[in-house]
Design a protein around this ligand. Structure first.
Ligand code: SF4
Ligand code: SF4
Length: 223
């Protein structure tokens, strides 16, 4: 793992309170990482909570124009769409700025950092050559992520990642196509389609759903 990280990064692993060279003068004049991203602007449950709240739309309404689904390791997961023809993110405005900056997905907050999921939780690495701007300045990782309750966020990221990992392992042992489809649809409905109460905190709602999901598939470590 460490060898791979060395190949694609500066070789350092960053924690929330480390300084990292990512600050790019508010991306002035650049929107390179908002186009040609294919299906890589993945959405997690917190992203969907933020988007449904920020845009006042249900997940199904998002699916009608700005969000699509793809299959990853047998799981059905949502991502932001790139516009047909231009391959620009559907939320990039005419001025080349993000029109949903306040509630943009976690992947957009993270770039050009990448996440490492380890036994001690989530840490970060700087992807070589990912950001087009030169002369970037240093900023604390936690500030760059621009996300409230950073510790709760880190825990959520780790728990969501391990649930997906456990379900992928479960899929390996699932008997037949129908069983695999049931798992994939359960994850989609349980964490994305079923509406969140956007007037209440996200994390208690997520953990209630996580408990139900772990119970449904007999997974260990119900939080
Ligand atoms: S490539 Fe760098 S400067 Fe350009 S939009 Fe992305 S993060 Fe901002
Ligand atoms: S949501 Fe905003 S920051 Fe993220 S890819 Fe789209 S335009 Fe860029």
């Amino acid at each position: 793992m460490l060898q791979d990280i060395n190949e694609i990064s500066d070789g350092k692993i960053y924690g929330l309170h480390d300084m990292v060279r990512v600050s790019c003068n508010d991306c002035e004049g650049c929107h390179a990482c908002c186009e040609q991203m294919g299906t890589t602007v993945l959405l997690d449950p917190l992203d969907v909570f933020r988007l449904t709240k920020g845009l006042g739309k249900t997940f199904q309404e998002l699916m009608a124009g700005t969000v699509e689904l793809h299959v990853e390791d047998g799981l059905v997961v949502p991502n932001l769409k790139m516009a047909e023809g231009t391959e620009r993110c559907v939320f990039l405005n005419k001025e080349g700025r993000c029109s949903i900056h306040a509630f943009r997905p976690g992947i957009c907050r993270l770039f050009p950092l990448g996440r490492i999921y380890g036994e001690d939780g989530v840490s970060y690495f700087l992807q070589n050559g990912a950001c087009r701007k030169e002369n970037r300045s240093k900023v604390k990782v936690v500030k760059w992520l621009d996300t409230k309750e950073p510790k709760a966020y880190q825990k959520f990221l780790a728990d969501w990642h391990s649930l997906k990992k456990e379900l992928i392992q479960y899929l390996d042992t699932a008997q037949g196509e129908q069983a695999a489809k049931t798992v994939a649809m359960f994850l989609l409905n349980q964490f994305f389609v079923k509406p969140y109460d956007t007037d209440s905190d996200f994390y208690p709602q997520f953990y209630e759903r996580l408990r139900e999901a772990k119970g449904a598939f007999g997974l260990a470590g119900v939080p």
